[in-house]
Design a protein around this ligand. Structure first.
Ligand code: ADE
Length: 409
């Protein structure tokens, strides 16, 4: 790949591309990079590169002509090398947002030319005439496009074969695509009283991978819900955890089972409501109250199942054969992380085999549950209810109850 940077600060850009990992890769000819001085292409005596904007306003605008002539020279050099015409990118704060997907796309071109703006901007006509796209690296304004072009160059060049030789396996591992990185640690084992998570010292790579996956998913869910939603939709849970010995699902029938179900229901309600409902409302979620609610739902055609591990009830789920709905899916906090939720959801859906598209509802604040549903093929199908503190005395924060529909085969 060949990268060209068209800039008023070619030395700055060149020194970055000559340092560290990129510098070594460049020395090995794993890519070619050229930084061009816009000023060298000026035709006026003062070698002036910019002028006042038509229509007034503060700042200066880069002339079209020197940039155009510089781009023509880059095109000529590429043609001389027998390369394809370079893909021309203008770096501006008004461009399309940049991300890893765009980096992967740009990495496919044989030649990419990055044009750095400066001052207030670039004469729009040269962007129209030469630009294939305009990119912004984020919602903030830089004094020039140099840092932006280096961000793009770095993220594109690290994807070129051989540049990150050691990380090849990691890069190809599609599971990590679109997730934030898990935390990393190196020596010493204890630093200023902080120990490395013990799982990393076990040497058990299966356990370590599972822990890292969990860390990555939780981080992404909490820090970047937008990325996580997309990741869940594109990474379905294809293999459900196996049912283990001592695990079972039982229909709630006996008085004792109703008591247990009521207790789990109250615990689950508390869990999802604690951050979004008023303390007054939370106080009403007693096992007695929940038992009454379950009983009245039973009258309306609901059946409830308890999940137990070695005779200890640690999860529940409800299904309604009349309506094709699933609800009250809950796993106690102690039993989480063992795949019980996904197994119960699968169990409940199969109980409703007569429905092609069963439904359920979930609060939009319950991102952990939402992620599980999405990974198991459930998709948004509207808003069931809105809880707004402005007109709902039980609501502490605004949230929506989303309806989801099973859409997988
Ligand atoms: N030039 C100034 N600000 C920029 C940004 N955020 N991205 C790309 N180029 C820029």
């Amino acid at each position: 790949m060949r990268i060209d940077i068209v800039t008023l600060f070619p030395e700055l850009c060149d020194s970055f591309l000559s340092a560290s990992i990129l510098g070594r890769a460049r020395a090995k000819n794993l890519f070619e990079a050229h930084c061009h001085q816009i000023r060298d292409y000026t035709t006026n005596k003062q070698k002036q590169t910019d002028d006042y904007p038509y229509g007034g306003g503060c700042g200066m605008v880069l002339y079209a002509q020197p940039i155009a002539d510089c781009l023509r020279e880059v095109q000529r050099q590429c043609a001389e090398q027998g390369r394809a015409k370079p893909h021309v990118v203008f770096l501006t704060a008004a461009g399309h947002p940049y991300n890893e997907e765009a980096a992967k796309r740009l990495a496919q071109y044989e030649a990419v030319t990055l044009v750095c703006g400066h001052y207030e901007g670039i004469d729009e006509r040269v962007i129209e005439a030469f630009g294939d796209e305009e990119i912004s690296i984020g919602d903030y304004v830089l004094t020039g496009g140099e840092l932006a072009s280096l961000v793009v160059a770095d993220s594109v060049l690290r994807l070129q074969p051989g540049v990150l030789a050691e990380e090849k396996g990691y890069q190809e591992e599609s599971y990590w695509d679109g997730l934030l990185e898990y935390p990393q640690y190196t020596r010493p084992e204890v630093w200023e009283g902080r120990a490395v998570p013990s799982v990393l010292l076990t040497g058990d790579h299966q356990k370590i991978d599972a822990w890292r996956g969990q860390q990555s998913r939780t981080r992404t869910r909490l820090r970047r819900p937008d990325l996580y939603e997309h990741w869940c939709d594109t990474h379905p849970l294809t293999e459900l955890p196996k049912w283990k010995r001592g695990e079972n699902m039982r229909l709630v029938k006996t008085e004792e089972q109703w008591d247990v179900a009521a207790r789990l229901f109250a615990e689950g309600r508390h869990d999802v409501c604690k951050d979004v409902c008023t303390p007054l409302y939370l106080d009403t979620l007693t096992p007695e109250h929940c038992r009454e609610e379950l009983q009245s739902e039973r009258q309306n055609g609901w059946a409830f199942y308890l999940h137990s591990t070695k005779n200890e009830a640690d999860g529940m789920v409800g299904v309604c054969h009349k309506t094709g709905q699933i609800s009250h899916l809950f796993v106690t906090s102690e039993a989480r992380g063992r795949g019980i939720g996904s197994k119960m959801l699968d169990f409940a859906r199969k109980k409703l085999a007569e429905y092609e598209h069963p439904t359920l509802t979930v609060l939009d604040t319950n991102t952990r549950a939402l992620a599980l549903y999405r990974r198991m093929g459930w998709r948004p199908a509207g808003v069931e209810a809105v809880y707004d503190p402005a007109d709902d005395p039980t609501a502490a924060v605004y949230c929506q109850e989303l309806k989801l529909r099973y859409e997988a085969q």
